[in-house]
Design a protein around this ligand. Structure first.
Ligand code: 0A1
Ligand code: ZN
Length: 881
């Protein structure tokens, strides 16, 4: 483990390496406790580098067994090896030489899940960002591209499958029951894309013919017996390959594409060239064990990793500051894919909800950083919602600003210009400037300035003159280490509507550039005046969430209700409803804090019934519209002095009121969604299940009786319905026999399936109320739980901390203490997972004073020990700063 050194990496310190490694030959003799790794590196001095330049190779916890240079042991004093680096001095004056470096690893003892490790008996690797240096000494930086040839040797019985990047070159038998395989990847790549897998795995095979006629052999490797559960991932892979050809003109470039699913993985999945390695949660699915949400995630993540083949692998990052170059762009691409495969409006609403839930709090708290940061202490902590999700929003805005055609040209230019290179965000943006002829300098601040911009809007209508004036003002709040902000270029898509929700004609606009339905906000204030209006329009703004900003819009309440009913931009319609509901919940929260009884506007409550029965709206959309903002969403909008118990009470009160008022409409709508068709995971059927299950929760709230939900649980024919019913029983009827029985039944059915048990942990960890801490403590001891497996940790501890406001934020601070102890325990062996968990405390300053003090003590507990990992130290220090 890397103990924190306090070192800060700065973007301006970038300089190319003095040496290149054009070819890398690796031999692995695999053994759980003593794996031998021989790296033969063809090294060349870079043209123009000083003749006496030393070569410093990165290492992390390495043991050097032997070293030769051009076949000879270097003289004493010309090299120095420590666990974290190999320094070579007085290198030959000739321009090229070969290093042979032998290291020894113990994959079975690697619980950090970085480098080479064993997951359930399978050897696998994770090298992004800096895991390759845990395997051998190397120039472990993304701009150092090398062609790899990899020989893997292992016991044939224990590891019949031997995989690495690229194409298979050779296989054969060895003495002593061992065998080998040699893989060659012709595409030069950075070390973070290296991968190796060896073990006893089942395989689902298929093939794909690319547009230009290349035959690609596809394989998905899973635990024996689980091959049928990989069928959906395979289908998603083939659809991704077709889509990338059709939409971006990008084809696959090797003869083989393999995916391996492993149960122990720190993140979702990894795009290693030709050998993607996945958290098995994002591969395995069937009707009995996976929910519709799981299917959608699998589709999106399979696509994401596949799309990286071009955006990330063929064109990679110059340094880790440029992480968003590959991640923001690839998330943008996978979202477009999902939108095309499913429903664009539903996809967009889901993405915006996720952005607000994960990225906004990051951008508005102590961990805020620009999409393209300029400083980091620990790069692992920058795989964030800001880099990924805000990064995707920025790419989306580029398309809005330059237009769809110039965007397509810009992407083509980017790929043509930079194929085979390691590049920067500046080069990415330049491709769109060159393709569109536009100056994107101000726009590019989206990459460089942290913080969520705020837009304040007020309207005035002059009936006599037929003009509408929008006063628009932008502010960008200060964030850590950036107190002064520059004005941004914010593209606001908009529509002016009449009372029926139809577009209203206007004749001209002044005060800002208004093009193709977009107002380009570039100054602090704009007075945008529209002429030629015959009536006062209702303004639909930031349509489709064209910019990731918060908006304070002063307008008559009537307008919002009209938009919630009639905006023909479905995102805008959902947004108006969501704003109305959020405002109602905040009002109720304040009433409850003041000791009163909240009341809700009857039109709003009735609107829920109209939406449930509106056959013109697809069921998935209706389900989203009827899902109230979460307690965390409401807390974020309240912004300070948060008391989670009052938020919970307000939200439950509104649910019950909506449920009781609309009970008949809801029952009828639910019945109409349940058609007895056989299970299919497609978007339409998933949408029907989503609506049926949202309505089931309302019906349970209306009756305050568990019977209907208990029957739904018992009669469920797929995991989506079973999981939904279990969640309602456990959350709404905690402790009642129906709930206890269903939880026991679920455990009996799925006790042997770790991924399904994660759902069981999750549901119990998110039961509202202070008593859930005891449940979580108890479940931490459950035989199916293990702190060593990141999925288990996330489903129990992560869910408790991030999705249980009333349980985690217990007033007495006990949950925080338990949490801090758990994080410290995890940090002892898996720093990445510990650091990510710890971010659950990042919004501690927004709590009311008593909880705030308790959360601060927990953070101080985390800060206290010496020898924290650099990952956890970095998060804790920034959170407390
Ligand atoms: N590049 C991957 C994410 C990833 C990052 C770090 C990892 O190390 C544990 C693993 C995966 C992606 O964007 O999918
Ligand atoms: Zn990615």
């Amino acid at each position: 483990m890397v103990v924190d050194s306090g070192r800060v990496y700065r973007i301006e310190d970038y300089r190319p390496s003095d040496y290149l490694i054009p070819r890398t030959r690796l031999t692995f003799r695999l053994d759980p406790d003593a794996t031998q790794v021989v790296a033969e590196l063809d090294v060349e001095r870079r043209h123009g580098a000083p003749l006496d330049a030393a070569l410093t190779l990165d290492g992390d916890g390495l043991e050097l067994v032997s070293l030769t240079l051009d076949g000879r042991k270097p003289a004493a004093g010309t090299y120095d090896a420590s666990p974290d680096r190999l320094l070579l001095k007085r290198l030959p004056v000739k321009d090229a030489f070969t290093l042979r470096i032998e290291t020894r690893l113990a994959p079975a003892a690697n619980a950090a899940l970085m480098g080479l490790y064993l997951s359930n008996g399978i050897y696998c690797t994770q090298c992004e960002a800096e895991g390759f240096r845990r395997i051998t000494y190397f120039l472990d930086r993304p701009d150092l591209l090398s062609v790899y040839t990899v020989r893997v040797e292992a016991d044939r019985a224990a590891a019949p499958v031997l995989l690495s990047n690229g194409n298979l070159a050779e296989t054969g038998d060895l003495d002593g029951g061992r065998h080998f395989a040699v893989w060659h990847d012709p595409h030069p790549k950075p070390s973070y894309l290296f991968a190796l897998v060896a073990g006893d795995l089942g395989r689902l095979g298929d093939s794909f013919t690319t547009a230009s006629g290349r035959e690609v052999e596809l394989g998905i490797y899973v635990e024996h017996g689980k091959e049928p559960r990989a069928a959906y991932a395979m289908d998603a892979l083939k659809r991704s390959m077709t889509w990338d050809e059709e939409v971006f003109g990008l084809e696959y470039d090797l003869d083989v594409f393999n995916i391996v699913a492993v149960p122990d993985f720190n993140m979702g999945a990894m795009e290693n060239k030709g050998l993607n390695i996945f958290n098995d949660k994002y591969v395995l699915a069937d009707a009995e064990t996976a929910t519709d949400a799981d299917y959608a995630n699998i589709e999106a993540i399979v696509a994401h990793e596949y799309f990286h083949n071009w955006t990330g692998n063929r064109i990679t990052c110059r340094d880790w500051f440029q992480l968003c170059l590959k991640e923001g762009l690839t998330v943008f691409r996978d979202r477009e894919f999902s939108a095309d495969q499913r429903s664009r409006a539903v996809e967009r609403i889901g993405d915006v909800r996720a952005l607000r839930a994960h990225q906004f709090p990051e951008d508005q708290g102590p961990l805020a950083h620009p999409v393209r940061p300029r400083r980091y202490r620990e790069i692992n902590n920058f795989y964030t919602a800001t880099v990924y999700e805000k990064g995707a929003e920025v790419v989306r805005m580029i398309r809005t600003v330059v237009g769809a055609d110039a965007f397509r040209d810009g992407m083509r230019l980017y790929v043509e210009r930079h194929d085979g290179q390691a590049v920067t965000i500046e080069e990415f943006v330049r491709a769109f400037e060159d393709a569109s002829g536009r100056d994107l300098a101000q726009f590019a601040l989206w990459y460089h300035q942290a913080g969520t911009p705020n837009i304040a809007i007020s309207e005035s209508f002059d009936a006599g003159a037929g003009t509408l004036t929008l006063d628009i003002e932008q502010t960008v709040p200060p964030t850590p280490s950036e107190t002064r902000k520059r004005l941004m270029h914010i593209p606001l898509a908009f529509g002016l509507l009449d009372e029926e929700g139809n577009p209203l004609a206007w004749q001209g606009a002044e005060g800002a550039a208004v093009e193709d339905g977009v107002i380009h906000v570039r100054k602090r204030r704009h007075h945008v005046r529209f002429h030629g209006l015959r009536q006062r329009p209702v303004v639909s703004i930031n349509r489709g969430f064209s910019a990731p900003v918060t908006i304070a819009h002063q307008r008559p309440p009537h307008d919002r209700l009209l938009l919630a009913r009639r905006d023909d931009d479905l995102f805008g319609r959902w947004e108006a409803l969501n704003t109305l509901v959020t405002e109602a919940l905040i009002g109720a929260f304040r009433t409850i804090l003041g000791g009163g009884e909240p009341e809700f506007a009857p039109e709003l409550v009735a609107l829920a019934g109209e939406i449930a029965s509106d056959a013109a709206l697809e069921p998935a959309y209706r389900a989203l519209a009827l899902t109230l903002p979460s307690e965390t969403d409401v807390a974020r909008e309240i912004g300070n002095q948060i008391d989670p118990d009052a938020i919970h009470a307000a939200r439950q009160k509104l649910i019950v009121e909506i449920a009781r008022t609309n009970v008949d409409a809801f029952a009828e709508a639910r019945a109409s969604m349940r058609d007895g068709r056989p299970f299919s995971p497609d978007a339409e059927n998933a949408g029907r299940r989503a609506l049926a299950n949202v309505l089931l929760d309302y019906l349970a709230a209306a009756s305050d009786a568990p019977q209907e939900t208990a029957s739904a649980y018992a009669d469920a024919t797929n995991m989506t319905d079973r999981f939904a019913a279990l969640g309602i029983l456990a959350h709404r009827f905690a402790g009642r026999p129906e709930s206890v029985d269903a939880l026991a039944d679920f455990e009996r059915r799925y006790g042997g399936d770790p991924l399904v048990m994660d759902k069981w942990f999750h549901i119990q960890a998110t039961v509202p109320g202070p008593q859930t801490l005891d449940t979580v403590r108890r479940l931490k001891q459950h035989a199916a739980f293990s702190l060593r497996n990141p999925n288990r940790v996330r489903s129990l501890i992560g869910a408790f901390a991030n999705a249980n406001q009333t349980g985690f934020h217990r007033r007495d601070g006990e949950s925080y203490r338990f949490f801090a102890e758990t994080v410290l325990a995890v940090d002892g062996f898996n720093p990445q997972v510990a650091a990510r968990l710890a971010t659950a405390l990042r919004s501690w300053r927004l709590l009311e004073p008593e909880r705030q003090a308790a959360a601060r003590s927990a953070l101080l507990m985390l800060a206290e020990p010496e020898g924290l990992s650099s990952d956890l130290r970095d998060i804790v220090d920034r959170t407390l700063a």
